[in-house]
Design a protein around this ligand. Sequence first.
Ligand code: ZN
Length: 873
Amino acid sequence: QAIQLRDYTPPAFLIDKVDLTFELDETQTRVISRLVLHRNPAHPDARAALCLDGRELELESVKLDGEVLDGSRYALDAESLTIAAMPDNAILEIVTLIHPETNTSLNGLYRSGANFYSQCEAEGFRKITYYLDRPDVMARFTTTVVADKQKWPVLLSNGNKVGEGQLDKSRHWVKWVDPFKKPAYLFALVAGKLSKLADKYTTGSGREVALEIFVEPADLDKCDHAMESVKKSMRWDEQRYGLEYDLDTYMIVAVGDFNMGAMENKGLNIFNTKYVLARPDTATDVDFDGIEAVIAHEYFHNWTGNRVTCRDWFQLSLKEGLTVFRDQEFSADMGSASVQRIEAVRTLRTHQFAEDAGPMAHPVRPESYIEINNFYTVTIYEKGAEVVRMYQTLLGREGFRRGMDLYFKRHDGQAVTCDDFRAAMADANGYDFSQFARWYSQAGTPVLSVRARYDASAQTYTLEVAQSCPATPGQSEKLPFHIPLALGLVGPDGADLPLQLAGENEAQGTQRVLSVKEASQTFTFVNVPVEPVPSLLRNFSAPVKLDFPYSRAQLVHLLAHDSDAFCRWEASQTLMLEDLQDLIDAARQGQPLALKDDFVAAMRQVLANEALDPALVALMLTLPAETYLADQQAEIDPDAIRAGRDAMRLGLARALRSELKASYLRLQDDSAYRFEAEAVARRSLKNVCLGYLTELDEPALLELAEQQYAKANNMTDAQAALAGLVNWAEGDAVLDAFAKKWAHEALVMDKWFTLQALSRRLGNVQQIKALMQHPAFAITNPNKVRSLIGAFVHNNLAGFHAADGSGYSFIADTILTIDKLNPQVAARLAGSFNRWKKMEAGRRAAMQAQLERLAAQVGLSRDVYEIVSKNLQ
Ligand code: ZN
């Protein structure tokens, strides 16, 4: 049942040209497909049958070179249409009926409201018509859409609009031609009543591009930020990589029912509304930031994904890891680079390290899968981006650019592999990336252990570096990785020391990237006049866990002085984690929970340091997520984690009450909302302070939050105020007012659901079930499921893992319900079991029982089956 990378064979046929006609209607859609095919000389069998992929299709007719084929000439099953006797060149005309109006999977062509939208990556096109639905089959597409003009006035597909007209009294048609060859997963179709925001952009070489964003009419006032983001992305890709847009029109469509964030269909990106719509009063700073990043991401795919695509889905990170890296670099240039980097590392550690340590662990290039949709993971995306970043760290920015240039020169218009990318980087720079290949094939998070020795008389500082990587499913032994270790040595005065390795004639800078390639290796620095504090893994130069026996004094020193913002933040986190662990252990043993003085003093200093970027201060004061703390335990006790973490928040709030309040007041800003790095930074710190203050059971402090809510001119401040209030009974009135005010804004109601799902007071199964009955909730809408149920099971550790096991039976029931509607969304929820083996015994048994119950269901989707069965292995 599993598909294996090693089984890859080229397709038996290639498709040169596809002509599609869609006749859209309320109760069925007819798809007429005309394929021009030829036999692929690269296929080993010169007489191989043509086997087209197709699912849930009603076949009306097949014609081969003009002749209607009767049932004896082809074979049909649930997954395919096979024609054994095929000439080497052929024209195939296939007519199918599909039912987008009842398609709740949001995969293929589906209806949302009264409009039609498509989602074809990875294998949705086969739900539209019989086709060679694999990315190494690239064809030129022409698409004609026919539909009632009143009901579906806007008809969109890929490429350029070449004609339109009236067909009969009620129906009109529009014809689109995409001049670029593309795989079927990049096909898109949209039809409906949509409003358009139009703008234009002139590329560096002077080509005019029409920019168009299509949304529901009521949302037209929320598209400006998305449009600005498109223009910034286009400019940035020209400046950084010399890459220009290649069609006359760039269209974005926003839809409220969407499985993922967005999709890079050629010339016609389709987005979740969450990543398009923003107005200061409806969207937070985090949303504005997310929109800018996702718009950039999908735009950047036009080169990294579309012009150069993947040979097969095992290579998914070729486009996703690279494109995430590109959008991260873009965001770094748009705002604060260090804040952006720290946030990326937080995401990686919280989610990807967890994936690497669980039953779904897989390499950046997986070796097998049951359902490809389960592999749109943080490993493919975020760890993949780290792997790409390591090339740049090793080669420098210019060297990386040389590699990119060669990659496009060699592979434009092709479907290629991660090895092709690696070869381009190597060949363009004469650099040996052969050992580096292990980053693609070995799963698991490597551990980098460093030990230091200072020899005062010899004035040498020696680092002993050892690496290891834990076993993961199917991979018990790991070979050493090629790890870039960026570092500096911080002197007692806080300044970086010059770095001279033994054997070098002179010092070379104050920051270096060492190539760690062996299981253990020694680096000796000479002419080191005083014992330094090592600042290791600067800017998080590799996706590894660093193990260095820092003393508390050393951490305080780095926290105060390190020139690398990431390491500075890291020092505060390490200190914090150490104390959190003590608190968790104390909670487990029923001992008193007290904070350590040096930690409180360090946090006080951070807060008082007005020279620091407020956004960095905010991040330093932010505790790691409960789930991240869970992943540090040998055995997870959710109640102890909750108690320990709450104790730290409350302890800091008590100890720093007056400083927090002073900072909160100092950071007030009554001016109009602007999404600008400085304003965002101030709001983030202000709201972190408010979060701490509302931990204290003091009416005057809760009033601060109520006032902030009442006078907020933006959603960032409103949501932050509400987040502080929901843990108290005082929050109920505000929650009600919020729901009344925003009843008709779906994305704002998502926030309302999430706030409750994550609340200490309200985040329990009873309440979640009650909220599922709320009129704004819909089990068929992925954003709703994610914002309420997803938030609860993935981000509310103590709530979901209630000792009575109620969370587990609830989620198993919900998975079964949703699996019938939308397997992709159900499978994501099934990921909430991934930590089960590490839970304390009682919860472990309860989770196992629910997993076994799920596994025993007949008719489970492939998506959920894969997650459940890998959990039970
Ligand atoms: Zn992507």
